[in-house]
Unconditional design. Structure first.
Length: 327
């Protein structure tokens, strides 16, 4: 009849006690008996039975500078519009001035620039010519009378020549005055048109400056908003001092959450560390043999040899008997 041998390997007692304590800490102790009965012991929850409250993820709110930047951006919307409207009106004025300059060059407008007193000057000159001619005519008549030739043919020829010369002088003076007046009117017309054109150009430049001023104001405001947003982002990230005290930023919020998570994980990390230590202890197990009556001396020697080889293989990191036999 074959004998049944049960071989049990157990760790040393001090390790077994710590393993038991470790598992009890993790899984707790179950209840003993029934509640209400004598000797009843309530269950003791383990570490794994305790629910963990995971801290919620939080996002830092907008900082005062960010809010100020948003308000400034909203209030600045359309701030350039008055400058554009003013520039539009100025452009209209400048274009109107160009139109006037073009209309002034119309030949039909030349009379507007002619000297209104030139005709009076010409009339006075003609009167003077006539007066001088009358004096000359009287002198000629007196000479003819003294010579006894008044009313004769020579007197008539001379009188006609003087009349023709007077008409020619008057006609030439009228032509010269009109020509001079017209030339001066043309020059005044061109000069006025040029001045209006220059004024129109200056007006358009002023309109461009007005529009540029609005654009510049908008750009400067955008730069201020960008600076506020940059400083506000730093406040949002690292916190700031508010009326009620320090307001934490995103960095403080994340650090606080990481600290809470580290505190929750700390017991489990200790448990894992202890478990690693216990699992990493070199084998020093004790073998208990349970079976029929004590074996013979030969069996005992064989058993001790096998146990010794097993201990040797475990201590040296080998594979036990099979490694020694080359299997």
């Amino acid at each position: 009849m074959a004998e049944e041998i049960i071989q049990t390997t157990k760790p040393p007692k001090y390790i077994e006690e710590r393993l038991e304590k470790l598992l009890t800490t993790l899984f707790g102790v179950p209840a003993v008996g029934t509640e209400g009965e004598e000797g009843y012991q309530a269950a003791i929850p383990g570490l794994i039975d305790k629910p963990m409250t995971i801290p919620a993820y939080e996002v830092a709110g907008l900082s005062p500078m960010q809010l100020q930047a948003m308000q400034q951006a909203q209030s600045g919307l359309g701030a350039y519009q008055p400058y554009l409207e003013a520039a539009g009106e100025t452009v209209g004025t400048g274009l109107g001035t160009f139109k006037q300059a073009a209309e002034i060059l119309d030949p039909s407008q030349i009379s507007t620039f002619m000297d209104p007193y030139q005709q009076q000057v010409t009339q006075e000159a003609l009167k003077e010519f006539q007066r001088q001619a009358d004096i000359q005519s009287q002198s000629t008549a007196a000479q003819a009378i003294s010579a006894g030739a008044f009313g004769g043919g020579r007197f008539g020829v001379r009188e006609a020549e003087e009349a023709r010369n007077l008409a020619q002088v008057k006609s030439q003076r009228i032509f010269e005055d009109l020509s001079r007046n017209y030339l001066q009117a043309q020059q005044a017309q061109a000069r006025t048109s040029q001045q209006l054109g220059t004024l129109g150009s200056q007006t358009l430049q002023a309109a461009q400056a007005q529009a540029g001023l609005g654009q510049l104001g908008q750009q400067l405001q955008s730069q201020d908003i960008d600076r506020l947003l940059g400083l506000g982002s730093m406040q949002q990230q690292f916190g700031y001092s508010g009326p009620g005290g320090f307001v934490p930023g995103q960095a403080q919020i994340e650090a606080a959450r990481a600290t809470s998570m580290a505190q929750y994980r700390e017991p489990f990390e200790r448990f894992a560390y202890a478990s690693d230590i216990l699992r990493g202890v070199p084998s020093a197990s004790i073998t208990y043999t349970q079976g029929p009556p004590p074996p013979s001396m030969l069996q005992q020697i064989a058993g001790l040899g096998i146990a010794g080889l097993g201990a040797y293989g475990a201590a040296t990191g080998g594979g036990g008997i099979s490694s020694l036999l080359g299997f």
